[in-house]
Design a protein around this ligand. Structure first.
Ligand SMILES: Nc1ncnc2c1ncn2[C@@H]1O[C@H](COP(=O)(O)OP(=O)(O)OP(=O)(O)O)[C@@H](O)[C@H]1O
Length: 270
């Protein structure tokens, strides 16, 4: 993976180390009577990997939906890089510096790896500007695609179609597409779901490389072991609320977190 390319990969969007990238203050998302997220306050600082864990139905996906502006807030405030973010529309978040991957791989099967990654690079432009892009802009997009492909270990696979690749590589294509927009913040929804040990370790290594380049990341994962290995800081949720947050080893040993897993799912590995 090409750490040496960092100087050309969106440095203008990189926040200073330890600077606040995103702040959520008392965020709530209710669906009728269901308090999917209820009073969550988190701060994400630059160049670190944060994780959200919690049993099924604890509110992780809804929190991610709030951070990607897919659901309206019932209460609370969001700030991204010091600016109000709760009224931002979802299709504009890439242009502001927020990218995401999905729980199930969402790439276009009939298009090449290069074309799939290009969709991410194009999304970083102003909405509606792609069709009017001039030659210089198209050149910049191609450069962003090449850099993202190199950083995610996909070099040599540019002309492949995703269905010719293993599941682990399809995940890489998704991550490449997300980082091709040169985000400040990357949100990853279960990036290692359905992977074998080797694929999981590869993705963990990739996220670590991206952190080394200063990219701030927030992961949702069920795999507690992976979260402890990959993250600098964990947030644990249950019933829509934050029940613990801090250094990963201490969060997974926290009595409320143990109770959330053992009490609701019989999982002994938390
Ligand atoms: N659109 C919706 N309408 C009504 N209720 C919803 C909606 N989305 C989520 N919920 C409810 O909100 C709660 C939190 O769900 P959410 O999917 O955020 O949890 P989760 O921690 O991501 O779960 P999982 O690990 O299973 O993905 C659940 O009770 C869920 O049924």
């Amino acid at each position: 993976m090409a750490a040496s390319t960092a100087a050309t990969t969106g440095d203008e969007r990189r926040a200073e180390p330890e600077a606040t990238v995103l702040r959520a203050d008392d965020v709530a998302v209710h669906f009728g009577g269901v308090k999917a997220v209820d009073g969550v306050s988190i701060t994400l600082t630059a160049g670190r990997i944060f994780g959200v864990l919690g049993p099924n139905g604890s509110g992780k996906s809804t929190l991610l939906a709030a951070l990607t502006r897919l659901v309206p807030l019932t209460r609370g405030r969001l700030e991204f890089q010091g600016k109000p973010y709760d009224t931002v529309r979802p299709h504009t978040i890439a242009a502001r510096g927020v990218a995401r991957t999905f729980q199930t791989v969402r790439i276009l099967p009939g298009r090449t790896v290069f074309d799939n990654v290009a969709l991410g690079a194009e999304s970083a432009g102003r909405p509606g500007s792609i069709g009017r892009a001039g030659k210089a802009e198209r050149g910049r997009v191609r450069q962003r695609v090449r850099t993202a492909i190199e950083r995610t270990g996909l070099s040599g696979k540019e002309r492949h179609r995703p269905d010719e690749l293993s599941y682990g590589y399809q995940r890489r294509v998704e991550i490449a597409r997300a980082i091709a927009s040169e985000p400040t913040l990357l949100l990853l929804d279960e990036p290692t779901a359905g992977m074998n040990r080797q694929e999981r370790d590869d993705i963990t290594g990739l996220l670590d490389d991206l952190r080394g380049e200063g990219l701030t990341q927030l992961l949702i994962e069920h795999d507690v072991q992976m979260m402890v290995e990959a993250c600098d800081h964990l947030f644990a949720m249950n019933f829509g609320e934050l029940i613990a947050d801090g250094e990963p080893e201490s969060v997974v040993r926290h009595p409320a977190v143990q109770e959330a897993y053992l009490g609701t799912q019989g999982r002994a590995h938390a």
